[in-house]
Design a protein around this ligand. Sequence first.
Ligand SMILES: [Cu+2]
Length: 606
Amino acid sequence: MFVQPIDYFLAVWFILAMLSTVYVGVDQFRNNPEPAVMKWGFILVTLYMGPIGLLLYVLADKEPKPGTHEQFTKSLWKQGVGSTIHCVAGDATGIILAAVITATIGLPMRIDLMVEYVAGFAFGLFIFQSLFMKQIMGGTYLENVRSTFLPEFISMNAMMAGMGPTMSFLMMGRDMRAMKPTNLLFWGVMSLGVFVGFVVAYPVNVWMVKRGLKHGLMTERESHSSSKKGHGSGGHKMKSDATVPQLAAVASMTTLMLLTGLIVPGFYVNLSLSAHDVGEYIMPKGMVMDFNTPAETMRDMSAILPRLVSYRAPADARGDQILQPRVENGVKVFDIEASVIEWHILPDVTVDAYAFNRQIPGPRLQFTEGDHVRINFHNSLPESTTVHWHGLIVPNQMDGPAEITQPPIPPGGSYLYEFTVGQSGTYFYHTHDHPDRQQAFGLYGALLIAPRDGNEAKADLEYVVQLQEWLKREWLTYPAMLMEGGLPNYFTINGKAYPATDTIKMKVGQKLKLRIIGTNNNFVHPMHMHGGPFQVVAVDGQTLSDSARYLADTVNVGPGQRFDVIWPARLPGKWLFHCHIPHHTTNNNVEQQGGGGLMLIVQVEP
Ligand SMILES: [Cu+2]
């Protein structure tokens, strides 16, 4: 619930709205001599507009001293407030009820708006104007419907001309929790919408009061009159002096305003979507969303909802932990589960992530060439997924691409991957269902296969490097991707950004083997070594022949690529291994202790 700053603001706002409403309600029934319909009008509007409703009540309606209500409420601006309150109370109640119902059953926004207009108009006309005013105005119910139709039409049009676009732009905006009545933000948008509607409807209400088309504030006292209703500012029976051309012009103008307010937002946001389509998505700032951006696009780029996190990893937790198999009838069996976790990429920076076995990167799978392996996979994510064994020759139905070789594994579902390992070298595994979203959230892990004959380039130490890009902003984690609004601001080696990355310790004369894996989604990272060149000994799991090996101090590691390199420690000191795109060695553009992101230190002792 409380995942954005606005949520805290709204909580305070609605507490104030409740207190304001209680005050207005108590004061209306204890001290204010006006008809019950106006009392309820102010109570409802204060509920919707909070302290602003209270302000209007105190400034325009609450008599300063007993017996002064008639005099106090006489001026036109206050009468206009009364007239608008009356209209807004009825219309907004209808609109809000309709909005809750249409959101719950999942109608598209543009249908929502029409239903809301009809409901608001009906509620205002048939209940607040005709029914509640009948006692005051006299006459039959039908006569009241007829006589209040035009003023209600004009006022409702203006009200919805303000409230409609407020709802369209904010509900279909960046934070689409506003689409669902179960979120505070929905009620915040309703409140703001009522306020904007009030402001837009106020001028025509002032005009209609002035021309005798509508009542403003009225006074109703019981003491002097035997007939309970009777006198107030100007009497309750009205005679309008508005001309037909004037009425036609005002009615046409407000109709035009209404149509503009309903149609124009559709040039900018997709009003064909419903609360069921996009109800809880929060989109990254800067993302391009237009009138035909599909719900699938929004789902793909939306943040992980923090309430979906099922496990918070300790700040010092490390990923890439070796997963020990159990052996069943000679088959190595590995259990892997995907779930939503919170992960520290720095001591004071967390990301919400999709993780294999609650770690980033996922657990290291170690096979030996010739092994028969079974991976018992369970999906505890809120969306479907699969696992792909990158670079391995496996039976096609074990390969992992969702929809292509297997149905996506639904939330709560499981899948058995089973194959014989015929290769050796450096590989990795990752999701193959919406990988632009899921792999960006952390679904990847190293897969290292030892050759049966032991014939591979050897070194004194080995270290696996898995690259990743993250977008963490405004307390939320979005999938980093090369789309507007999706660019990453954090970068990790093995789930940690420098200075939280490992320091590799070795001695002069020792050789270090780095297995660098492009587990990231977006960039080719030129991984560079200080302190002299390394020898590239394997590419994409394929060991190079002696004559094919080469010296370099930088390898361009693209997504999906693997490089095994051997670096001899020549001189003592702290030697850096880092990406050579300098932005990738910052943490949200900040350098900490000389860098950030894709950087680690190789500490060489004499
Ligand atoms: Cu880079």
